[in-house]
Design a protein around this ligand. Structure first.
Ligand SMILES: [Zn+2]
Length: 378
């Protein structure tokens, strides 16, 4: 087989060596180009079929490469991610009969194979092979991005969201120039609220400046807005954060919805915000229905109270109590007096007696639904 292939390569080399495009009829140039394209595809197909098995020779570690991908990239003159895609495709091919067939038939270009590989599954391979034949490169890229987004399970997205929440941070420092600088990280929904508040306040700062005949860059107004808001001098503004959500996910209470920037936010967070009457406008993804526009309020909306009581099984959640009488809604994580939000996650059902212990006598409710703890005062 090797001898046979070597003969093919050397004939192809001889043809290229003798090529003189100027002497060709243009239509012959088209035909020759088609054949070279076919040759390229079949060559990439062969290489893809062999790549995984070739790494078993361990040449990559003997030659001092850190990974098989580094070795393959160097060997084939591709970059690391192309080499990785080639190896991934090589490994996956046994479970992808449609791709296997398309490759052997020379129906996939190197670029197309590289594009679809990260998105390929047994479920979508026929779809993607078909799309490769008809889509433009740009369309194929978008299609693959959608396929990958659809594959990321709700759980992975939720885990990522929770990690980002855990890694939330704010730091500030004085730079060499003597300027105060800062850097922050938090979840996309919190960020969207901050952005909306700054944008609304910046609009007011701009109008005030304009009235006085001052002009500054928009970024400067946003900086002024941030200071106003933090120092409490900001006017109360009706900010609205738009979130896109799927009606079935809202109903099921699971999965992710998106901020206007396309970042993922767990649907349970959104439900909490809707119920809490926070600065949220939820637009259903079918695009026709705006579910709710609501504003922040100091009182607990009745629908939220109902949702919390229902979650808590119409009982006081204090372990050992479970009373069904005189139920009240308690801000258990962040106290109402400390501007604790009337959000789903901050509320719990307590009987009036326990609610008083928690509010006035230093007792504390901790944990969460399914895992409530009652901490007595020291
Ligand atoms: Zn109780």
């Amino acid at each position: 087989m090797l001898e046979q292939l070597r003969e093919v390569v050397s004939s192809a080399k001889a043809i290229v060596a003798a090529l003189d495009p100027a002497s060709l009829h243009a239509l012959d140039a088209v035909s020759l180009m088609d054949e070279f394209t076919a040759l390229e595809r079949i060559a990439v197909a062969g290489r893809t079929f062999l790549a995984a098995r070739a790494t078993d020779a361990n040449e990559w570690s003997r030659r001092g490469y850190r990974t098989p991908e580094d070795w393959l990239a160097n060997k084939t003159g591709t970059n690391w991610s192309q080499a990785k895609n080639c190896l991934d495709a090589s490994v996956k091919l046994t479970e992808l009969p449609a791709v296997d067939q398309a490759l052997r038939a020379g129906k996939l270009s190197p670029a197309q194979l590289n594009e679809i590989t990260p998105a390929l599954t047994a479920e979508n391979e026929q779809r993607l092979v078909k799309a490769a034949a008809s889509d433009s490169a740009r369309q194929l890229r978008q299609r693959c991005q959608h396929e990958r987004a659809a594959q990321r399970s709700g759980e992975e997205e939720l885990a990522r969201y929770q990690r980002i929440h855990k890694e939330r941070s704010f730091r500030s420092w004085i730079d060499p120039e003597g300027a105060w600088r800062c850097e922050a990280k938090t979840t996309a929904d919190v960020g969207a609220r901050i952005d909306a508040a700054i944008a609304a306040e910046a609009e007011k700062v701009f109008k005030a400046a304009h009235a006085e005949g001052r002009r500054d860059p928009a970024a400067a107004y946003r900086a002024d807005a941030l200071v106003n808001l933090i120092e409490g001098g900001g006017s109360t503004v009706d900010t609205v954060v738009v979130l896109r959500a799927d009606a079935t996910k809202i109903a099921g209470g699971e999965g992710m919805c998106q901020t206007a920037d396309g970042a993922d936010v767990p649907v349970e967070v959104v439900i909490g915000e809707i119920l809490a009457g926070a600065f949220v406008k939820v637009v259903l993804t079918d695009g026709t229905d705006i579910m709710k526009v609501s504003h922040p309020g100091r009182h607990i909306p009745e629908e939220l109270r109902t949702a919390v009581t229902e979650r808590d099984g119409y009982r006081c959640v204090r372990p050992g109590c479970g009373s069904i009488h005189r139920l009240e809604t308690h801000h258990y994580r962040i106290d109402y007096g400390k501007r604790g939000p009337t959000a789903y996650w901050n509320l719990a059902t307590l009987c009036r007696h326990d609610h008083r212990l928690a509010t006035n006598r230093g007792h504390r409710l901790d944990g969460g639904p399914g895992d409530w703890k009652w901490i007595e005062p020291p």
